[in-house]
Each structure stands twice: as C-alpha cells, then as structure tokens.
Design a protein around this ligand. Structure first.
Ligand code: ZN
Ligand code: ZN
Length: 340
C-alpha cells in the first residue's frame, strides 16, 4: 500500500478546512485529529500514531480529472502549456500519487456565446467577431502519442486515458465519428453550457444576464436532459460547476440549502442511471458526498480538475476524509471509484 506523507502533498501550505469540518471523522472512532486526515485502516486510509494521531498520512486515490496541453483551454500543445502532461506525471511521482487519468476536453463542434471578460486572456482569440467561442478539437492522435511517451518515461506511474466530454447529450453522433470512446479508460461527462436563446452560454456569462438563482435552477434542470440524451459517460463531473462563478459580491455567499431539493433530485437521477458522481476537489463541498450518499449514490470518484501540474490532487486528503465519512471505500485499483 502506498503511503504518502501529508507534508509532501500539494495544498498543505494553504488554509485547509476548519476543525469543525473534520469533527465528523473524529466521531467515527476518534481517529481524526484537529487538522489531520487520518481515518482508519479499513477505509484505505492509514494513520500512524506516536503518542497521539499527530503524524498524518493518507493513501491517495487516482486523480480522475486532469488536463494537459491537449485540452484546448490550457492553450493547446503549441502554447506555453506544452509539456504539461509530462510535468504532471513528474509531479504525481513526486507527491506519491499512484495514478493519473488525463481527461482532456472533448467538445466537438461545440460553440457558445461569451464575452472576452468571461475567459482568461489566452482564450480570448477563440471568441469570434460574432461573440461565439469555438473551441479547437481535441487532437486525439497527438494526445495518445503523448500518453505513450509518458508511460515510457514514468513506468512506475499508472497513466490512464480519458476525456471530459462536454454536453454529451448534444454530440453523441459526432463523438462516434472522431473516436471510439470505449477505447478510453475513463469518460467524464460534463455540463458546462446551458441554452441561452438560440445559443448556449457558460454560467459565468449567464450570471450577467439572469438572476443568479435562475442560473442554478437552469443548470439543475439540464442534468436529467443530459442523462437522457447520452449513455457515453460513466461519471458526472463537478455538479457544483455553476457555483464556481456565483456572483458573491451581488448575491452574497452561495447557500446550497436554498437549492437542496434541486441538487438532491439531480443526484437521484444520476444515481438511478448507475453513474458515479465526481468529488471535484477544486472546492470542497461537504454537502455533495452527504446528499449523494443519502440519495442513493453508490460510487464516487476524485478529480482535481487540474489544468497545471501544481494543482494535481489538490485538497485530496480532505476530500478523502469527507468521502470516507459518508461510507465510501476504495476499490481494488487506485482509479476505481470508491463505493458504498
Ligand atoms: Zn469541466
Ligand atoms: Zn475539467
């Protein structure tokens, strides 16, 4: 069993969750210290005690949502992002991550309405004079070649293939023309855009056009349509995607309880389709694994959504502790979803 020193993990220099976020784990047998992430050997997490649970270690799962230069929003393989996959693999080895799934954006002929201020600088040239952002297609051959090179360079690391398939319910026919998704190790399904009149737009754009609550409810309403329209993906990613750009300055802090019924209903739909939910670790939302478990969710994956090597496995120790608390346990391989 691979054991990683917490002190070597990314994110430890940043503020972690307050003590109360971990108190639930202490209540599960007293194996959690105030700032620690130790749970129990039976959960796949390992703790070592020397006069108390002050020496913290954690066995990490695979990061199942990682981007490299082959994702268009990093700038692409000829941009400054070149070499990101290799550097991410080096980072994984350095921090003791057992496996990485490179899930590059698969967006096909997708297009959405956006303004330059909605995107980071290097993506602004992708927005045409008509106000439509058209992402470049994934270079499948280039991506797979790069995977092969990295497997050769890092033989001790499990490097798996995958895509983050955007709006799969709109593009399944196109997907079949570009690549055989069943050949990939992982297909994450993502909802990034919503109908906006004749076009579609990202939540960050819609918040300027609509009341904020309407954006969240529209996002939740699209989830069952996405599930009904495609069976090409096995994990539903970042269910909190629309919260990332929530306009806190105007609307105050996001309160999930105001939308609890909608999130729970979306989770029931995802669970009844037999899919995994992703614990996206960019922002740790304890209510996600809680409501997911309560609404019949059986499996969960961990994904940092890293677009740079430094973000790989970000917040994984805390995420693992939360997910373990709600009864999810590791599978045989590091990339297997945790199940309950
Ligand atoms: Zn995404
Ligand atoms: Zn992503």
């Amino acid at each position: 069993m691979l054991v990683v020193e917490r002190a070597h993990l990314p994110g430890v220099d940043r503020p972690t969750l307050p003590d109360e976020c971990f108190r639930f784990c202490r209540s599960e047998g007293g194996l959690m210290s105030g700032r620690g992430v130790v749970v129990s050997p039976g959960s796949g997490l390992v703790g070592r005690s020397s006069g108390g649970w002050d020496h913290r270690q954690v066995t990490l799962p695979a990061d199942c949502h990682v981007h490299s230069e082959w994702s268009w929003d990093t700038g692409g393989p000829t941009s400054a992002a070149q070499g990101t996959m290799e550097r991410t693999c080096a980072r994984a080895e350095k921090i003791g991550l057992p496996a990485v799934v490179f899930t590059e954006h698969l967006d096909f002929e997708d297009r959405w309405r956006a303004e330059p201020r909605d995107v980071v600088d290097h993506l602004r040239p992708l927005i045409g004079p008509d106000g439509i952002l058209r992402p470049p297609r994934l270079d499948v051959a280039g991506y797979l070649d790069c995977i092969g090179r990295c497997r050769h360079t890092f033989p001790g690391l499990r490097i798996l293939t995958g895509v983050e398939y955007g709006q799969p319910h709109l593009w399944d026919a196109h997907a079949a023309l570009l690549l055989d998704l069943s050949e990939l190790d992982r297909v994450n399904g993502s909802l990034h855009t919503l109908p906006n009149g004749e076009d579609r737009s990202e939540p960050t754009t819609l918040y300027r056009l609509w009341p904020p609550d309407k954006v969240i409810w529209a996002y939740l309403a699209e989830i069952p349509r996405m599930l009904a329209g495609s069976d090409a993906f096995e994990t539903f990613t970042h269910i909190d995607y629309a919260i990332r750009s929530w306009p806190t300055d105007d609307a105050g802090p996001f309160d999930p309880r105001r939308f609890e019924g909608g999130f729970r209903e979306a989770m029931r739909t995802i669970a009844s389709a037999g899919l995994s939910l992703e614990m996206n670790t960019r922002r740790l939302q304890p209510w996600i694994p809680q409501w997911w478990s309560e609404e019949g969710g059986r499996t969960i994956t961990f994904g940092s959504d890293a677009h740079v090597p430094e973000a790989l496995a970000d917040h994984f120790p805390e995420a693992v502790a939360m997910v373990a608390h709600f009864g999810f346990r590791p599978g045989r391989r590091p990339e297997d979803p945790w199940s309950r």
